[in-house]
Each structure stands twice: as structure tokens, then as C-alpha cells.
Design a protein around this ligand. Structure first.
Ligand SMILES: [Zn+2]
Length: 368
């Protein structure tokens, strides 16, 4: 069921639950209409000036989508996306949380934002001049990557006919990739850098504690049918319920949102934030996966099966854009022979690196 609707100027969101309206009205004690600001009517709520978000977006030519079910709104212009949630002082800017002094609110069924939202969010983010500055730093979006070589120690993973073990292949590719990224000034964390067994839960914990921008898990595949072959990239399946993940993430602790402090926030607020982060991460992961497949195809003369969704544990757990890369099938004799070769493994690493860079630059090209 699709609850989303695009708003145009002057149209209020409908279908809000009575309970929520009551909640918001409780917050809005002593409201009074304040002076018109930049042609937009404003309201004084607890001494803070608020303006309707729809009017502000209309004035600044920003596209606005409001979801009456989740009470979240998405502001979009060029490639900048801002997500807000009624009742929260925390907003997401391109998936990263920002804490503000006053919450976004519902007032008489209209989503309103503090007047300061115009100067602190809309002006700096949606102004073309500021966006153009970012063009000079094409890779700046990705500063830190966590690489997770699958298996290790007592767990060899898939084993090829000639005895080539997945745990050795993926560790080698991960290390080559780490060198390539570090040469480009990107910080790298590895979930393992030796032949050791690390349980999945520990990999996920390490991933989330790393505060990296992206998570890359490296594996090699196997199939009973030895003809099956190809390079594949997986992102988390949309059949994984984001709200369940969000609630469990929120129960763990406050979101790992960098400088943001939401330790006093309710479970519901934290879950909503996580839900927004996961939704954003899935789209980003698909984009990253697509980009990696494309550039690996340029590097190696092999079948690229493309991107697929799956319910892998590490992907479900990662609280950032995350992909799991299957570099090839060890059960296929051709691919096992290729993966034995250091030059081929280097090409795979070069392809993944190039894919990540293209992904990082795609966003910047859109600022043009
Ligand atoms: Zn594996």
C-alpha cells in the first residue's frame, strides 16, 4: 500500500491519526499566528516561530513528499535529500542525522518547521552555490570503508575442486582492496586481516562501531551445478522488515550518528530514525552494487551476473550502505582457475575500487 503523496503549495496532509493530532496539539500550547515572513504565514509555538514546510519548499522550488502513515516528509532537490519526522528535532541530511534545537511539528494538520530551518537547512543545502563547491572533492563522500573478508580460521567457506579455499581468496582480495583505498586516502577497517574465525555477530558489531561510510563484505560462491558462474553483488532484501530492524537497533542503544546525541530520545523516536536510515541505505547499496558490477565488467573478462537482493545476516545488521560481493564460483572450474591467479584477484580489487569511486562521483556530477 502506498501512503506517499506529493504536496503542492497550500495543500495540507490528510489522514493523520487523531491520537497523533492530539499529541502534537499538546505540544503546541498557546499557539498564535505570528507575522508573515517572506510571504509565508508563521505561527508562534512555545515562543518559537514556525512556518509551513510546504510553503517553504514551494518558495525554494524544492520537491516535497509527505507520508501520512509514518508522518515523515522528504525534501529533494538535485541530489540532496532531507528527511524529517513530525515531533522530532533530529533530521536526516543525505542519510546523516543532524540535531536541531526545535522539533518539526504538526500544527492544524499542517507540517510546520521552525523558522530557523530555513537558514540552517534549506539555504545551505539547497543553494546551488554551496552544492557546486562540493564538485571539487569528488570522493569526499566516502572517507572510511569497512571491508569484511568472509569466513576464516575453522570456517574455510566454499572449497574448489583443486582445494582453493574461499577464506584465503577473499582475504587476499580484501587486503589488495585495502591497499588501493588507502592509496587514495580512504581509511580502511578490516573485520579480519588474518586467517581467524570471527562470528557473524562480532563482524556486525565491529562494522557498526567503525562509523564507516560503506560496508563491503567479500565472499566467493559455490553451487552444486558446476556450470553456474559469475560475479554478483548483493544488497539487503526489501523483504527484510526495516521497522523490525529499526526497533531492534533502537533497543541496542542510541543510533551511531556521529556527533549527534539522542541518548534521551524515546524508543519510538530512535526506531523511526533507524527506519529512515535503513530505507536510505538500501537505495544507496543498490546504487553502489550497480556501480561495482559495471566497473568490474570493464576490468575482467568474465560473466557479471549483476546485483541481487538477499537476507544475509551481515547486510541486515549493517547500519550503513552495505553490499556483499561474491567474486565468483569456486565450484566452477574456470572461475576457480581465475581466482587462483593473483593478477585476476588484483583486477577484481581494481574493479571494486573503480566502482566505489564511480558511485561516489555520480552524486557529485549531479551537482553540476
Ligand atoms: Zn562465503
Amino acid at each position: 500500500m502506498n501512503h506517499k503523496k506529493t504536496l503542492s503549495s497550500g495543500v495540507s496532509p490528510h489522514g493523520l491519526s487523531l491520537a497523533f493530532a492530539v499529541l502534537c496539539l499538546a505540544f503546541v500550547c498557546g499557539c498564535a499566528t505570528a507575522p508573515v515572513m517572506e510571504g509565508i504565514p508563521s505561527y508562534s509555538i512555545r515562543g518559537v516561530h514556525y512556518i509551513p514546510l510546504v510553503s517553504l519548499c514551494d518558495l525554494k522550488n524544492i520537491s516535497l513528499t509527505y507520508d501520512t502513515f509514518t508522518r515523515t516528509a522528504e525534501l529533494k532537490k538535485n541530489s540532496t535529500v532531507v528527511n524529517v519526522h513530525a515531533g522530532d528535532a533530529v533530521i536526516l541530511v543525505n542519510g546523516k542525522a543532524q540535531n536541531h534545537d526545535n522539533p518539526v511539528c504538526l500544527y492544524r494538520d499542517v507540517l510546520v518547521v521552525p523558522y530557523s530551518f530555513r537558514d540552517s537547512v534549506v539555504e545551505p543545502l539547497f543553494k546551488s552555490g554551496v552544492l557546486q563547491e562540493k564538485k571539487a572533492f569528488p570522493a569526499s563522500r566516502v572517507k572510511k570503508v569497512i571491508i569484511d573478508p568472509g569466513h576464516g580460521g575453522k570456517d574455510p567457506g566454499a572449497i574448489g575442486r583443486t582445494g582453493l579455499r574461499e577464506k584465503d581468496v577473499v582475504l587476499d582480495i580484501a587486503k589488495r582492496l585495502a591497499v588501493l583505498f588507502r592509496n587514495e586516502g580512504i581509511e580502511v577497517v578490516l573485520t579480519r586481516s588474518t586467517d581467524t574465525f570471527i562470528p557473524l555477530a562480532r563482524r556486525v558489531d565491529k562494522t557498526n562501531a567503525s562509523h564507516a561510510d560503506l560496508f563491503l563484505s567479500i565472499h566467493a560462491n559455490a553451487n552444486r551445478n558446476r556450470n553456474v558462474r559469475g560475479f554478483e553483488v548483493y544488497y539487503v532484501s526489501s523483504s527484510v522488515n526495516d521497522f523490525d530492524r529499526a526497533v531492534s537497533a533502537a533497543r541496542d542503544d542510541a543510533p551511531h550518528l556521529g556527533v549527534l546525541s539522542v541518548s534521551g530520545a524515546s524508543l519510538n523516536l530512535k526506531a523511526t530514525l533507524w527506519d529512515m536510515i535503513y530505507g536510505y541505505s538500501r537505495a544507496e547499496s543498490m546504487e553502489l552494487g550497480r556501480s561495482i558490477c559495471k566497473s568490474v565488467q570493464c576490468e575482467v573478462n568474465n560473466k557479471i551476473s549483476g546485483i541481487k537482493s538477499a537476507r544475509y545476516y551481515v547486510l541486515k545488521g549493517a547500519r550503513m550502505p552495505a553490499v556483499l560481493i561474491e567474486v565468483g564460483y569456486l565450484s566452477n572450474m574456470d572461475e576457480e582457475r581465475c581466482l587462483k591467479n593473483g593478477f585476476y584477484r588484483q583486477q577484481i580489487a581494481e574493479g571494486i575500487k573503480a566502482g566505489l569511486f564511480d558511485y561516489s562521483q555520480q552524486i557529485c556530477w549531479q551537482y553540476k
